[in-house]
Design a protein around this ligand. Structure first.
Ligand code: 1CP
Length: 345
């Protein structure tokens, strides 16, 4: 018996006794233990305290019975060494007080970041690796360049990404200079996380789904590809692009080991589009976890029956756990996936 994490075997498309399972945003506000920690420290302080990050994630992994620990961190703190003034406001989410809007703003975005300013992320990886059992994979992560640019330009969360799209269309040269700097910073972060002991890395492109396939090909994919190419041969990378199944044929050209699939497309259809060369991860609608346990089992079963035996299938949600989710429902989902045996017919 090997204690190599199931997730790593699945990422290499090797046979596994059952699909590995973990949940995006598996530690967070839906868990009482997490809320108790947050009563004592702010979110940014928590991110900057590796021992506490490792504890928060290890407790969630233990409670849920999942096969992987994603490090407890966030995609946005990388913007701080890039010259952005980031804060998280209770209820409103992230804010960037000095957003990127014009040519003059480029001068305050360094070409390379001082990685000393994100060393707490690397320490969180190392500490999480020391804390969780060795048969569980530790996943490092970062935001994709487009998604990070959208926060930098909008100054926070957005629904329409109007400023971001206007900048990229009206000043493609400035857009590309900003994206180059994001690619470099994210590359430094992910290489550092790999060196600190991450078994796999995930790149979150949460908002690239707002683009058309043409725009994605022009304004987002080349930068993501440059990032992925720099990580090639180091550790396997999962690329998760949410919100727009029309982008799948584009994402299937990228140098990732695995593609994350949201819930807006049947998983069998997504697998057909991306072909056999990628592992695939997803795609249960996170709102299913708000329903009763019987419904949760039925919906998970539907996905497992369709692709549970496909080499390289990793069970996950189609986006992050919602904060209204009852923890026992998430536990029940993981139990249902763990009961699925690949050899049964
Ligand atoms: O306590 C709090 O109020 C903070 C809430 C919170 C948490 C728990 C934020 C603020 N970030 C996180 C942790 C986090 N973020 C993790 C690690 C925990 C885990 O997965 O279990 C990860 C992987 C992320 C990644 C993240 N942050 C993404 C990509 C995934 C996704 O959901 O699309 C994005 C877009 C963010 C930005 C962000 N950070 C926090 C919030 C509320 C948001 C989203 C804001 C928005 O909708 O624009």
């Amino acid at each position: 018996m090997t204690d190599e994490p199931l997730l790593l075997r699945a990422l290499r498309l090797e046979p596994v006794p059952r699909p590995p399972v973990w949940l995006m945003r598996q530690a967070g506000r839906y868990m009482a233990e997490y809320r108790a920690v947050r009563e004592r420290v702010s979110f940014l302080e928590l991110c900057r305290t590796p021992g506490l990050c490792a504890r928060v994630m290890a407790d969630a992994v233990d409670r849920l019975g999942v096969d992987a620990a994603i490090i407890f961190s966030d995609i946005l703190p990388i913007l701080v060494p890039l010259g952005f003034d980031l804060d998280y406001l209770p209820g409103d989410g992230p804010v960037i007080r000095n957003p990127f809007r014009a040519k003059e703003d480029l001068a305050r975005v360094p070409e390379t970041i001082d990685t000393g300013r994100i060393s707490y992320i690397f320490e969180t990886v190392a500490e999480t690796r020391r804390t969780v059992p060795k048969e569980k994979a530790v996943i490092g992560f970062a935001g994709a360049p487009f998604t990070l640019a959208s926060y930098a330009v909008e100054g926070g969360s957005s629904r329409l990404f109007a400023r971001t799209k206007t900048l990229m269309r009206t000043d493609p040269e400035l857009w590309s200079r900003l994206m180059d700097r994001l690619v470099d910073a994210v590359t430094q972060s992910l290489l550092g996380q790999a060196a600190a002991g991450a078994d796999a890395l995930q790149v979150f492109d949460s908002w690239a789904g707002a683009l058309t396939p043409d725009e994605y090909r022009k304004f987002a994919a080349p930068y993501t590809e440059r990032l992925l190419a720099r990580l090639a041969g180091k550790v396997p990378v999962i690329y998760f692009c949410a919100g727009n199944p029309a982008l799948l044929p584009e994402t299937a050209r990228l140098s990732a080991a695995c593609l994350g699939i949201d819930w807006r497309i049947p998983i069998s259809e997504a697998c057909r589009i991306v072909g056999p060369k990628f592992a695939v991860q997803g795609n249960l609608d996170p709102t299913v976890l708000l329903a009763d346990k019987q419904t949760i089992r039925a919906e998970a079963g539907r996905i497992l029956d369709a692709v549970g035996r496909r080499p390289g299938f990793i069970f996950n949600l189609g986006h992050g756990v919602l904060k209204e989710t009852p923890v026992e429902h998430a536990v029940e989902l993981v139990r249902a996936v763990r009961e699925f045996a690949v050899s049964s017919s």
